[in-house]
Ligand binder design. Sequence first.
Ligand code: ZN
Length: 498
Amino acid sequence: MSETVTELRRELAQIIDLRTAARVLEWDQLVMMPRGGATTRGDHLATVGRVAHELFVRDEIGELLEAAARDVDGADPDSDDACLVEVTRRDWEKARRIPADLHAEMTKLASESVEAWATARENDDYASFRPWLDRTLDLKRQYVACFPPADDPYDVLLDDFEREMHTDEVRRVFDRLEPALRELVAAADPEEDEAFLTGPYPEQMQHELSLAVIRAFGASNEFFRLDSTVHPFCTSFSTQDVRLTTRYAEDDLHASSIFSTLHEAGHGLYERGGDPALDRTPLATGCSSALHESQSRLWENVIGRSLPFWTWFYPQVRDGFAVLADVPLEVFHRAINRPRPSLIRVDADETTYGLHIILRFGLEQELLFGGLDTKDLPERWDDRMQELVGIRPADDRRGCLQDVHWAGGLFGYFPTYQLGNVLSVQIWERLLADVPDAYEQIERGEFGEIHDWLREELYRHGRKFTPAETVVRVAGGPIDPEPYLRYLADKNASLVPA
Ligand code: ZN
């Protein structure tokens, strides 16, 4: 390794340490902190974020990058050093465009606005949240204005989560999905009585079963923690320290910890599977939001809602919950898969889920660039929900106040959830070609070979390659909605009628 690259790595490690410290503060805010801590936590985060930002955008980093680029010229373009220089240079050029004040203001606002959102949602009080949303939208537009005009201003926001992806590419995928998903949801059986769905599912047993399943997936005590929170998420502080969170609804199987834990475990396995040599560099995390989501969805849905998975896991779950004593495996499997119109994104079945995302993808563009006034958001939300899913929220808690993302300034993020769903099936098909007995292994509760394949083909690369390159490497071609639509149609057709 050249001296310049060594020095670059040393400089970047300090910056990554600060960003990691900010993630510890965020994890603490959402998992441990008493609400009173909110008065100062925004300042803590803004300070750490500002120092990290200022250290990163220095001219010295640019000079080091230039010198390092000369040193790695001619090296294997897939080598860690070549990728480090290439990815960091792009990050640096992007970060240089954002004035430190704007960066700090966005960080502080996000932290405070999330607290305002939590209160507003609790009280079903959209009006109290609206000024925060207006301010967030205003800062986002200022952020977009820091970049050269794109084909579509939304491209700039999307790029923060899916480097180099364009809005019209997302639109193309979603335009293909929307009518197909609506048709599948409309064709589903009308609501029927599945009394066991409302529990009770005692929390302690949910916790034990959640731990049992993530241990089977390979998330060991030594490298993972599982805690509870309102809005489950996963974060990591290195490949050796991964934090999963979940929630325990006792009266709703769909909102129980089982599925949110499977989901977050998928994110966690991706973080844990990175090459430790990339730790404390900008390459040490998943490649993009959609690829990250492809892994949470692969473990939660493609594996975790499959019949082979439940053939293995259901006996333990049935033993754990008295309410399931007389529920046959096939009935349970159907209940956790069949489409049913739902208001809440995070509790939605696989088929309806995409429609929730399509709704948000459209509305956030309207809010930012299409002239939709925030005062009209609740009604516009409800109208679109009616149109897409066929039902209308009775209040804003179950409408436009349900998600934390906009409060946290995450615009451009929602579409990556559905792109992740699409990718999860493309990657799974590729895995099946190499591991043809994967379903038999799942039926025996064996996940080691599946996990190894994913680590080898995807996890270990971290952020070394662009999302488009990574998708081609792991899935064998560019993003394509067809395998996903076939998968959903096959699954829906296979569900045993009640
Ligand atoms: Zn996720």
